[in-house]
Design a protein around this ligand. Structure first.
Ligand code: DX5
Ligand code: ZN
Length: 224
């Protein structure tokens, strides 16, 4: 578990023409900047790739949390770690050799994350937990910001949390999709400790204040 609840604003809801300014608006408040890489194959949407992530890394001192919604992460993901992303998360559904890939990410200096779409069970991956630093449980179908939170994923989130705590592993549990002031406490109660929020942060007049308010709600459940 991280030392305090982590908030990772997704820049998918930011103004892509002004990314440096948008990153500055969360600097000092956010624990991470969540960058959604989509390839129009793994998900039906196309966002950005390595050149933009490299530019983001130069433009901010906020650690970068890359969420790769791409096919063949075995081939593409290590470059994001080598570029300097602090955390690189790939999808279980897309990886051919998740253990080898997680080891490559860690060897390149990043935290390794494994993501599960809403319909993907965690059970086949439980024995791999010691190989990763973070498990991402998607609380919407990946591909777009601004979707409604899927409560049906909460039992899986709880099972993930129990598996991590039961094995006394230092694996963070991230949720992504529809996380807002209305849903973050449900996530924290189910055991999440890292919260991605796109529209709830960048849709607010003051994104930094929105980050602090989200963290305060999570801390109300998890402790500061
Ligand atoms: C969706 C992305 C999310 C997205 C979340 O596939 O992975 O990170 O930006 O956006 P909100 O918080 O608006 O649901
Ligand atoms: Zn994401």
């Amino acid at each position: 578990m991280p030392s305090r609840p982590q908030i990772s604003p997704s820049i998918l809801s930011a103004d892509f023409a002004r990314l440096a300014e948008e990153l500055a608006r969360i600097d000092g408040a956010a624990d991470w900047a969540h960058v959604d890489v989509m390839d129009n194959h793994f998900v039906p949407n196309l966002t950005l790739g390595l050149p933009v992530v490299e530019a983001v890394l130069k433009a901010t001192s906020v650690p970068v949390d890359c969420h790769l919604m791409i096919e063949d992460p075995d081939r593409w993901a290590p470059a994001y770690a080598e570029a300097g992303a602090g955390s690189v998360t790939f999808h279980a559904e897309a990886a051919a050799a998740p253990v080898r890939l997680a080891r490559a990410l860690r060897a390149a200096g990043a935290r390794a994350g494994l993501a599960l779409k809403p319909a993907t069970p965690v059970e086949p991956y439980l024995d791999l937990l010691p190989e990763i630093d973070m498990l991402l449980v998607m609380t919407v179908e990946p591909g777009f910001g601004g979707q409604s939170f899927l409560d049906v994923v909460l039992p899986k989130l709880r099972r993930c949390s129990e598996a991590i705590r039961g094995r006394e592993l230092d694996v963070w549990l991230q949720v992504d999709g529809g996380v807002s002031a209305a849903t973050i406490e449900r996530c924290a109660e189910a055991g999440a400790d890292v919260f991605v929020a796109g529209s709830a942060v960048y849709g607010a007049d003051d994104p930094a204040a929105a980050v602090e308010a989200l963290r305060a709600r999570a801390a109300g459940v998890l402790g500061p």
